[in-house]
Design a protein around this ligand. Structure first.
Ligand SMILES: [Zn+2]
Length: 285
């Protein structure tokens, strides 16, 4: 969790982009807005490349272009991992959501790039920012992955594959939502989370993702339970665990156990899995 001028710039750019699109496409569903926005941005990038080429700035383009089919190199990418996971000596149960083809190695986020996050507050809860900030910090400490909260979004949570534009991958969306908006939250489900992967050659990376939290349920937990904030934070941590690549395990000593428990922090297996998920390769831009 940190703010820097670059992030602020990107955030302002996104908000400007969002406002422009909203003016034009008022009352269209959110999804349609984003699709329109994507194609418009592609056109803009093509123009920028042409102008830069004429200006004999080809070296910059070579330096910043991404792998085939990928956006350009993020301006805040580093040549080495931004953080390191702690040494984990405990053992326990953990499973990865996705492994590399023909291998037990997990699919991970690129540890050389911060994971940008935007938040939809439509159904948020008292102290939502504190709870999310603390949960992100727990994931960051256990993985070494760095998160940057860029600001707010009015986007609805979806998992249908629109991962980004030539300008960059979409930021991760954390949405305080409800079962009317996200059908997966119906029944005894407090949240859902997951990420989208993309390949360079045969190696896969998570590039963006979505977490949807049942705001009304979280508000009830906060209202009735003295440990409500720790419990809601645990729900957010569990979903962020999915986001960075942990799957469920049938083990009551782990937070990634699917049926809920009184656990409010990582178990030993969670920690081992998260350390592995923070130790992936960096994308070679
Ligand atoms: Zn789960």
């Amino acid at each position: 969790m940190r703010e820097n001028p670059l992030v602020e710039l990107r955030r302002r750019r996104r908000i400007r982009r969002m406002l422009r699109t909203m003016e034009r496409l008022d009352r269209k569903p959110v999804r349609a807005r984003r699709v329109r926005s994507t194609s418009r941005l592609r056109a803009v990038s093509a123009v920028v490349v042409l102008v830069a080429g004429l200006g004999a700035m080809g070296f910059r383009l070579t330096h910043t272009s991404g792998p085939p089919g990928w956006p350009q190199r993020p301006a805040d990418a580093s040549d080495s991992p931004l953080g390191q996971p702690p040494d984990v000596t405990t053992t326990g149960s953990f499973e990865f959501i996705q492994t590399q083809p023909g291998s037990d190695d997990p699919v991970t986020y690129d540890p050389c790039v911060p994971i940008h996050v935007v938040v939809n507050h439509r159904q948020d809860v008292p102290h939502a920012d504190r709870i999310l900030g603390s949960a992100l910090e727990e994931v960051s400490q256990a993985t070494g992955l760095q998160f940057v909260v860029d600001g707010e979004s009015d986007e609805s949570p979806t998992w249908d594959g629109d991962a980004g534009t030539a300008d960059g991958w979409n930021p991760v969306l954390v949405a305080w939502s409800d079962p009317d908006e996200v059908v997966d939250l119906k029944g005894n489900v407090a949240g859902v989370g997951g990420s989208t992967s993309r390949a360079v050659g045969r190696h896969q990376w998570f590039v963006t993702g979505t977490v949807a939290l049942d705001g009304p349920r979280a508000r009830r937990i906060l209202a009735r339970d003295p440990d409500g904030e720790a419990m809601v934070r645990a729900i957010v941590m569990h979903e962020l665990g999915h986001l960075v690549g942990l799957a469920h395990v049938d083990d009551e000593r782990e937070l990634m156990q699917p049926h809920g428990s009184r656990m409010t922090t990582w178990g030993p297996g969670d920690r081992a899995g998260l350390a592995a998920l923070g130790s992936g390769d960096c994308v070679d831009y």
